[in-house]
Design a protein around this ligand. Structure first.
Ligand SMILES: [Zn+2]
Length: 353
């Protein structure tokens, strides 16, 4: 089910939707892929057009993380949950197609889209004070070389504390446009179109269950469900009861770090007045240090090297966020599909087809 590249993933997704008689829309972005191919956010709509109850499954907010999400959506197109007359399953295939095509976490402007969903009136400047101190370590202006990053990061962790470091790095920043976790200077074209699409197409909905699928955080091959503050109308306890699974991010089990400008935090603003549940699903890959190191190398290669795909930094990042092992890949799709079936059981009643 895992595709070798964005173009293959897109063709499979569209062909499968066509085969199953599922309506599909495309939101194009102006950037191009490595073979000059079109880049689109494709959206498949299974079930009632004016559904009152909707499961919205989103993949690829972080580009290269989309390989697992894309494979999961192919599995869901083949075996969707049973949908009631007023229900729908909506699959958003790759919110950041540039990142998937170019093996980047960020989009065509180096923007981390899960730090970009801020209102126009928000402040689009600045960086956490500790990030400013770490900028030269995180974002050297040179191609990737071995430079003792792990050790240097460990030394800084001793000084600043590992939690404070993690929080400062991953929070999001608007000061260094070529840096990691850059949130952008404005809402990006993909998110802008997607927000407009949501407001138009989900206007008639009453209850929406959103699942945003990522990879790279947590135990290898395990699924971690995270609820962020302010992302919906349900409490952590309600989500745990609905899904019959543990959920992190409440006061009892806080998430590893908080971010500014996430997709989840934008949803209540975009879709006011409806019952909204939001879960961020992470499929664990390797350690956070390993993932950060891979992100750093790829970012250096993109900005200060040639940037083409046939380079160890690109292969390293793909492996960091989409491990090649069959066991990991099977587990990712099993966890991804299982969460959608659980959400369907909750939202539609027992529904497994
Ligand atoms: Zn992610």
């Amino acid at each position: 089910m895992f595709s070798a590249d964005y173009a293959t993933a897109r063709a499979r997704f569209r062909a499968s939707a066509l085969r199953h008689d599922v309506a599909i829309e495309a939101l194009p972005i102006t950037a191009r892929g490595p073979n000059h191919e079109d880049l689109n956010i494709d959206i498949a709509w299974l079930g009632a057009r004016n559904a009152r109850r909707i499961i919205l499954h989103i993949t690829g907010v972080h580009g290269v993380e989309a390989y697992a999400g894309s494979a999961t959506q192919l599995a869901l197109l083949a075996v969707p949950p049973a949908l009631p007359a007023d229900g729908a399953l909506v699959l958003v295939h790759v919110l950041n197609p540039y990142g998937m095509a170019w093996l980047r976490r960020t989009n065509e402007n180096n923007v981390d889209l899960n730090r970009n969903f801020l209102p126009d009136s928000a402040s689009w400047t600045g960086a956490p004070p500790l990030y400013r101190k770490l900028d030269r370590l995180l974002n050297p202006a040179s191609p990737p070389v071995r430079d003792g990053f792990g050790l240097r990061l460990a030394v800084r962790s001793l000084r600043h504390g590992i939690h404070a470091m993690h929080q400062a790095i991953a929070h999001g920043q608007h000061r260094y446009p070529e840096g990691l976790f850059y949130g952008g200077a404005e809402l990006q074209q993909g998110p802008r179109q997607f927000c407009a699409w949501l407001q138009q197409r989900l206007a008639k909905a009453e209850s929406v269950f959103v699942i945003d699928m990522h990879t790279g955080l947590g135990r290898h091959g395990a699924s971690t469900l995270i609820v962020e503050p302010g992302t919906g109308t349900a409490t952590t306890a309600e989500l745990e009861a609905a899904l019959a699974q543990p959920v992190t991010g409440g006061t009892a089990a806080p998430a590893a770090y908080t971010v500014r400008g996430s997709l989840g935090a934008a949803l209540p603003r975009l879709l006011p007045g409806l019952s909204l549940k939001f879960i961020l699903q992470e499929i664990g890959t390797w350690s956070s240090l390993h993932v950060l190191h891979a992100l750093r190398n790829e970012n250096r290669w993109h900005h200060h090297g040639v940037g083409h795909l046939d380079h160890p930094a690109k292969r390293q990042l793909r492996e960091a966020l989409c491990p090649a092992s069959t066991e990991w890949r099977n587990a990712a799709v099993a966890h991804g599909s299982d969460l959608v079936y659980r959400a369907a059981d909750y939202l539609f009643g027992r529904s497994r087809a």
